[in-house]
Design a protein around this ligand. Structure first.
Ligand SMILES: [Zn+2]
Ligand SMILES: [Zn+2]
Length: 291
């Protein structure tokens, strides 16, 4: 069996669950194939997340065409500094490759205006992924990143949409900006990566914590400790596909149909019956994204 071969369909869940964060536009399957495979294991809804203007437009269109798809729109935290400062051909990034000239603050404002317009659409249920990423973006990009993050918070609040946070190696600063700007009523930490202490802080603030396939990784005990203390009414599950494929399929392509693998691992960590956690997670996702 090849490392790159798609993992087999897991045993279906008995209770439907939603994938709170996926990137169908970066996966091999068509949208129809991805949704059919997901539905076959009782993953009945997905949140499709855009990372730049083109991807956000695509997310909104895809959600309008498929009742099982809900859209979230944003400039990714690594995209904002790239718009302002430009980047060289082949720079590692989250969305598209290719050189880009520096656009400055004007280009960022223009892109944010497009996100604002998309956020007004009915099929768009979230604004994000936004936040801070100090792993891929160096010190020169931090100011643009925080400015973009604050603009997304404002857009989410004005349209009454969920805020989807991408927080990579930036826990304290993400929490600082949220507290300072005032978090929207519904805020989701996608691919939650904090420890148990941060989970207690998020719980007190009422932030949703969405766990991805990395919660199954051998070295992820701090993440499992965080999941253990996260209140069941604030826990979501996601694939972040095509990334973060859960064990034992780590390194192979991820897709929404693999949600049951992660959900089962989470039920074990929380000492909850699989059906009970599935029902809670579906409820939480529908509440977070108001669908
Ligand atoms: Zn992310
Ligand atoms: Zn993502």
């Amino acid at each position: 069996m090849s490392r790159t071969e798609a993992p087999p369909l897991p045993e279906p869940l008995r209770v439907p669950v939603a994938d709170s964060h996926t990137h169908l536009d970066m996966q091999d399957a068509t949208v129809e194939e991805a949704l059919a495979r997901a539905a076959a294991v009782n993953v009945t809804a997905v949140v499709q997340v855009g990372c730049d203007v083109a991807g956000s437009r695509w997310a909104a269109e895809t959600a309008a065409a498929h009742p099982a798809v809900h859209a979230s729109v944003a400039l990714h935290p690594n995209e904002a500094p790239r718009i302002v400062h430009g980047y060289a051909e082949g720079t590692a990034g989250t969305a598209r490759q290719g050189a880009r000239e520096p656009g400055g603050r004007a280009a960022l404002d223009e892109a944010l205006a497009e996100i604002d317009a998309l956020a007004a659409l009915d099929h768009v249920r979230g604004v994000g992924e936004t936040g801070l990423d100090f792993f891929r973006t160096g010190p020169e990009g931090v100011a643009a990143q925080e400015e973009s993050f604050r603009a997304h918070i404002e857009i989410a609040k004005r349209h009454g949409k969920a805020l989807v946070i991408h927080d990579r190696d930036a826990h304290a600063d993400v929490l600082r900006v949220l507290a300072d700007a005032g978090a929207p009523e519904r805020t989701v930490f996608h691919c939650y990566s904090g420890d148990a202490d941060m989970a207690r802080i998020c719980a007190r603030a009422g932030y949703f914590m969405s766990f991805a396939g990395n919660v199954t990784f051998k070295n992820a005990q701090p993440l499992r400790d965080a999941l253990a203390v996260a209140p069941a009414e604030l826990v979501l599950v996601e694939t972040d596909a095509p990334f973060l494929t859960p064990a034992p399929y780590r390194g192979r392509p991820n897709a929404p149909y693999l949600i049951p693998v992660t959900l089962r691992a989470m039920a074990e960590v929380k000492g909850l019956d699989e059906d009970v956690l599935a029902a809670a997670v579906y409820d939480n996702t529908a509440r977070a994204f108001d669908f």
